[in-house]
Ligand binder design. Structure first.
Ligand SMILES: Nc1ncnc2c1ncn2[C@@H]1O[C@H](COP(=O)(O)OP(=O)(O)O)[C@@H](O)[C@H]1O
Ligand SMILES: [Mg+2]
Length: 234
């Protein structure tokens, strides 16, 4: 099946928001595919639709029109229960605002996807602690989000997106709160996961310092993809 070469296939995706009688067209016919093992970066001005697009790709939002397939599965065709299960198994998402649970420690936050997938809590927290070590937070496993800096919270959110071994990882501005060195470490980790385990990554970013990690860069403007280029030919 030709579709198996692709992690994500978006065809003619349209999404509008209705707010108080006013309609905002956030996505105006998006066509974009992401290969297995590919790291694709999504760039473009604020408000151009980047978060909306990755939310559709991650099954968090339903498009109004068009088709979005993830590993050959039409997300919109799934019931909400099946969609939740599909996401829990296959997709890791790093939100721009971290979305950590404030009453849970770093290790407990990271272990949530494993517990949702049925793993015993103690084993899940041990795996979570291992991954926190890898993102440089081995000494902060018992800290609450409120006791961590923005950059540290972002690394907890990244660990949470990776811990269950999802085949697709979607990140909204993952390095924006990180200093140069930590940002590079996090990108190296994400790239390693993509390359060695054939996972696919979509990363929204404004951070030109991390463009070197991309296989392709898709540029958006006003609800459209205006250009997709290979990193080498920039
Ligand atoms: N929940 C929402 N309700 C209404 N409008 C929204 C909502 N989310 C985003 N928008 C609008 O949709 C457009 C695209 O937003 P977004 O996808 O967040 O862009 P970006 O991530 O590129 O900054 C913007 O005009 C934004 O104001
Ligand atoms: Mg955004």
């Amino acid at each position: 099946m030709a579709g198996q070469a692709w992690a994500v296939r978006c065809q003619d995706i349209v999404k509008t928001y209705d707010t108080g009688g006013q309609t905002v067209r956030a996505l105006s016919g998006i066509n974009l595919s992401i290969a297995l093992g590919e790291l694709l970066m999504l760039v473009g001005p604020s408000g151009c639709g980047k978060t909306t697009l990755i939310s559709v790709i991650a099954g968090i939002l339903d498009q109004d029109d068009g088709l979005c397939e993830v590993f050959g599965q039409n997300l919109k065709a799934l019931s909400s229960k099946h969609k939740l299960a599909f996401r829990a198994e296959n997709i890791g998402f790093v939100f721009q605002a971290y979305n950590l649970l404030p009453a849970l420690t770093a290790a407990e936050n990271v272990s949530v996807p494993l517990v949702i997938n049925g793993m015993k809590r103690r084993l899940a927290e041990r795996k979570a602690a291992d991954l926190l070590e890898q993102v440089g937070l081995g000494s902060r496993t018992t800290s609450l989000p409120g006791q961590l800096s923005g950059g540290q919270q972002q690394r907890v959110a990244i660990a949470r997106a990776l811990v269950h071994g999802p085949r697709l990882i979607v990140c909204d501005e993952p390095t924006s709160a990180l200093d140069h060195k930590t940002g590079h470490n996090v990108m190296n980790l994400l790239k390693e996961v993509a390359l060695h385990e054939n996972r696919s990554l979509v990363i929204v970013t404004h951070d030109a310092r991390i463009f070197e990690f991309a296989d392709r860069i898709a540029e958006m403007d006003d609800g459209h993809i205006v250009q997709v280029r290979d990193r080498q030919t920039r």
